[in-house]
Design a protein around this ligand. Structure first.
Ligand code: GLU
Length: 375
């Protein structure tokens, strides 16, 4: 994987995420001339052999204009109604503009469970893969009309990263109302500096991301960095670029200012990619400093290093592993249920059989079932 951005046609599969604020003008609705210029850029890439997937927000933003909802905060059922109305218009617009350039598009609406439950994930992947092989441009959004608050992505940044890992993309482009990452939110701090190149998303980089989101878009810089972690951990490079300008993809090729996030080039297997990209965790394990070192050295997590357990997870579920500062350093498939981990936490391996009353099976999380961050 190249350490710097190549011309876009040299990528195999590119996921382009389009934010609501880019696509929808709150007074006039859909930015049709912009959409036309995006469709032209996508056609150029498709003709060069690069497969493009669109993850588009904007259903709720467009729906609220069409339904004349004026209040700033919508109730859940109102935003679901807006999504239903807006999504059908969005799908029509993408189909029409892509068609102008000879491209066929296909709408895919997903819920969190479609990407988190392994069987559903594999089915969704097969369907999207088939669309790509047929030369169709998938236009993907969260199925907002049925997704309820606690069990949804809520922002399309992470959904886009998840799709990128799912279909083996090599580049994720986030088109936003901001042209990249700054040391501080640029609209609030005049001395904010632009960061064009990010080799690793360290905790320091994460601190730079404010939580800001606009009325029209749900994700701020934080969800973009979350997306960046999912993508780069899976070996996918990420670009944050302005979606305000016309021909936004051509602009990237022309060297306009962007932030580029390097792909992690450690080989990771598909199982680990799937674990790393999980949004939900059933619980978390806090571990001591010795265990943190052991994980960074590539070892499994043993009971002795666990200092606290939260959540009601079952064996085989995904749990987060956090250090004493509460920072997530790993996640993985846990080998025991929560009650068992509570019993054996802090104890050495030779005491575990006595505590549990049966022969111990394995580590708390085996290293093959775990993804460690910031190694
Ligand atoms: N899925 C939402 C929509 O289409 C947008 C989520 C987001 O802003 O990221 O309206």
């Amino acid at each position: 994987m190249a350490a710097c951005l190549q011309q876009l046609f040299s990528y195999y599969r590119v996921v382009v995420k389009i934010g609501s604020a880019v696509l929808i003008d709150r007074k006039t609705g859909l930015r049709t001339a912009w959409l036309d210029s995006l469709a032209a850029d996508i056609a150029a890439l498709q003709h060069a052999g690069t497969r493009v997937l669109i993850i588009s927000s904007g259903a709720i933003a467009l729906g609220r204009i069409l339904l004349s909802f004026s209040s700033t905060s919508l109730r859940l059922e109102e935003s679901q109604a807006c999504a239903a109305v807006g999504q059908i218009e969005l799908a029509r617009a993408y189909a029409d503009y892509l068609q102008t350039y000879g491209l066929r598009s296909g709408q895919v609406l997903l819920t969190l469970a479609d990407t988190e439950k392994r069987k559903r994930y594999l089915k969704a992947r097969a369907a999207v893969d088939t669309l790509l092989k047929c030369g169709v441009v998938p236009v993907i959004n969260e199925n907002d009309t049925v997704a309820a608050n606690e069990v949804c992505y809520g922002d399309n940044d992470r959904l886009a990263a998840r799709i990128a890992t799912m279909i083996g993309a090599d580049l994720l482009i986030i088109l936003s109302d901001i042209d990249g990452l700054y040391t501080m939110p640029p609209h609030e701090c005049s001395d904010a500096e632009f960061i064009p190149f990010i080799e690793t998303i360290t905790p320091e980089i994460e601190r730079m991301a404010g939580v800001a989101a606009s009325e029209f878009s749900r994700g701020g810089m934080k969800t973009k960095l979350d997306a960046g972690k999912i993508a780069t951990n899976a070996g996918i490079a990420m670009v944050i670029a302005s979606g305000q300008r016309f021909h936004p993809l051509k602009a990237i090729d022309n060297g306009e200012r962007i932030s580029f996030f390097c792909a992690d080039n450690k080989p990771v297997n598909a199982r680990k990619v799937w674990i790393a990209a999980h949004m939900d965790s059933a619980g978390s394990l806090m571990i001591d400093e010795g265990a943190v070192e052991a994980l960074f050295a590539g070892k499994s997590l043993l009971a002795a290093g666990v200092v606290a357990v939260s959540g009601h997870f079952l064996r085989g579920e995904i749990v987060a592993v956090i250090n004493r500062q509460g920072h997530e350093i790993a996640r993985g498939l846990v080998g025991y249920n929560a009650a068992e981990v509570r019993k054996i936490a802090g104890h050495r391996s030779d005491a575990l059989t006595g505590l549990l009353g049966y022969e111990i099976r394995s580590a708390i999380i085996h290293r093959n079932d775990m993804v460690v961050y910031f190694e």
